[in-house]
Ligand binder design. Structure first.
Ligand code: AHR
Length: 526
């Protein structure tokens, strides 16, 4: 390392040591300092960022499946075997790696055998969690696995523990994945699918502390051990089993489930939803908010760092070798439903605020990629923090979709250790770091730096020092907008979309970038 570089690193690290350490990697500079810096160790990456961190979740809820994916073969909306083409194409562009289905809360009241066979003969049920509407089972196992094949993504099926039986769960796995001669495999063939599907992920229950049966941790852990026994890997399909973990901070649940069942699981889930104000009955509007609500959302989003850290500590107690992965298989923002829509359908708009929050979440997941091997934003279409909104034939993508598109370069890349030293973003008496970052190196050696500027009032000049790389080329893209409330609508679908980030320079060993206020940026460095 050159002398100049060494001094830079030492001074920066000393400065950081004196300051508030908000998380393992982010340090707030004193008010007087504007020397925002990112220090990256290009040759010290060890962990791979699992592509599944960029995963998605689709539930039988509101218009996520019906209208969002499924329009039926007779629809005048372009479709392939009933699945809408525009949505599939949009999701392929973000390299969707995995899709979780059929719930959510719906999973623990779903009886899969009602969703197979000729569609006109399928029975009906009440979707009790989500508006008590009629579920007609037009979209079932065949349609879901067909969709995953169209998307080229892994399937994550969530099984029913709350109201299901062990036999039903065992049969489902056999139906989907067994290649030989058995009642279930033959039933699949009779329903038109000769070859088994690949099903990589199988969840044994969902939120069983709540909508999935209101169980105690002890009771669930025993049930998990029993149910999972019959979730078999057949015919070369190695199925990974996921236990239900806590929703937000419930370390007791994590502790008990890990203690009693860790040896029978490949992963344990964690759910985390964030909002900008109020409580569950007054979550705030998705589009009408002020800086206070912006700030609270940023603060709540940053809380995921500590939440993951605390849960990992508990996991480490029971699994020192870190064999069991953490899957954050539901996360995102949760606002009051859009006025004029059915509240239990959870349809919400999606602004620049949601995009910056998503960028923070993804940066944090990247930094924990040693344990966090999957994350699934809730939900893909028309529900909560959606990628895609549809209205009849129309389809638009949200600011959050653009973050997934920009961050896809991290999928499968190696996480690089980094420290960011940045100004604080102050609101009232509170202070957050202005910047949240993560850095990776892909297979061809290109380094990607993703940066969120949480501060809605101030652009930030950032110097990046990449120890181990003499940069020769840098390019960048930015997602921002004029107002914090800006969003895309069916009338104006491109209000928030990525553009080229100008003004980048290479100054000796440093890359210097002006990161606009309230933005998400991805830099590409060679
Ligand atoms: O994503 C909506 C709901 O949130 C899911 O059904 C449930 O698992 C969680 O509480």
């Amino acid at each position: 390392m050159s002398r100049k570089k060494l001094t830079f690193v030492i001074v920066t690290l000393m400065l950081g040591g004196l300051l508030t350490d908000v998380s393992a990697k982010t340090h707030i500079l004193p008010d007087s300092s504007e020397a925002n810096k990112l220090v990256v160790n290009v040759n010290q990456g060890r962990e791979r960022i699992s592509p599944e961190i960029y995963g998605h979740f689709a539930e039988h809820l509101g218009r996520c499946i019906y209208e969002g994916f499924w329009v039926g073969e007779d629809s005048d909306i372009p479709n392939v075997r009933g699945i809408r083409t525009d949505v599939v194409e949009a999701l392929k562009k973000i390299n969707i790696p995995v899709l979780r289905w059929p719930g959510g809360c719906f999973a623990d009241e779903y009886h899969w055998k009602e969703g197979i066979g000729p569609r006109d003969k399928r029975s009906k049920m009440i979707n009790t969690h989500w508006g008590r509407v009629t579920e007609n089972h037009q979209f079932g196992t065949h349609e879901f696995l067909d969709l995953c094949e169209m998307l080229g993504c892994e399937a994550y099926v969530a099984g029913n523990v709350g109201s299901g039986t062990v036999e039903e769960m065992q049969d489902w796995v056999e139906y989907m994945t067994f290649d030989g001669d058995s009642e279930m495999a033959n039933l699949r063939r009779a329903n038109g699918r000769e070859k088994p599907w690949r099903v990589r992920y199988f969840g044994v229950g969902n939120e069983n502390w709540g909508c999935g049966g209101n169980m105690t941790a002890e009771y669930y852990a025993d049930l998990y051990n029993r149910f999972q026994t019959y979730v078999r890997s057949y015919s070369g399909n190695r199925i990974l089993k996921i236990a239900c973990g806590p929703g937000s901070l419930n370390l007791h649940w994590m502790n008990v489930v890990m203690e009693k069942a860790a040896r029978h699981m490949d992963a344990v889930s964690l759910h985390h939803y964030v909002r900008g104000s109020g409580n569950w009955t007054d979550k705030g509007s998705a589009t009408r908010f002020d800086e206070k609500e912006w700030f609270v959302l940023m603060k709540n989003t940053l809380g995921v760092d500590e939440l993951i850290a605390q849960n990992i500590q508990v996991m480490d107690k029971h699994d020192r070798r870190k064999r069991v992965a953490m899957y954050v298989d539901e996360w995102g923002t949760w606002w009051d439903a859009e006025p004029g829509t059915n509240p239990p359908f959870l349809y919400q708009q999606n602004t620049l605020r949601d995009a910056v929050s998503a960028g923070i979440f993804l940066n944090v997941f990247n930094t924990y990629c040693e344990r966090v091997k999957m994350a699934n934003i809730a939900q893909t279409n028309n529900v909560l923090q959606a990628m895609i909104l549809t209205k009849g034939k129309q389809m638009i993508v949200t600011p959050t979709y653009h973050v997934f598109e920009m961050f896809k370069v991290h999928q499968g890349a190696t996480l690089l250790p980094s420290d960011v030293f940045c100004q604080g973003y102050k609101y009232g008496r509170e202070k957050l770091p202005s910047l949240v970052t993560s850095v990776s190196k892909d297979a061809s050696g290109i380094v990607h730096i993703s940066i969120c500027n949480l501060n809605p009032n101030q652009d930030i000049k950032l110097s990046c020092m990449l120890d181990g790389l003499e940069p020769t080329k840098v390019a960048g893209r930015v997602l921002t907008a004029e107002k914090i409330t800006d969003h895309n609508t069916f009338e104006s679908p491109d209000v928030v979309k990525p553009t080229v980030l100008t003004g980048l320079s290479i100054e000796g060993n440093l890359i210097v970038a002006e990161i606009p206020s309230k933005s998400v940026v991805v830099l590409e460095v060679e």
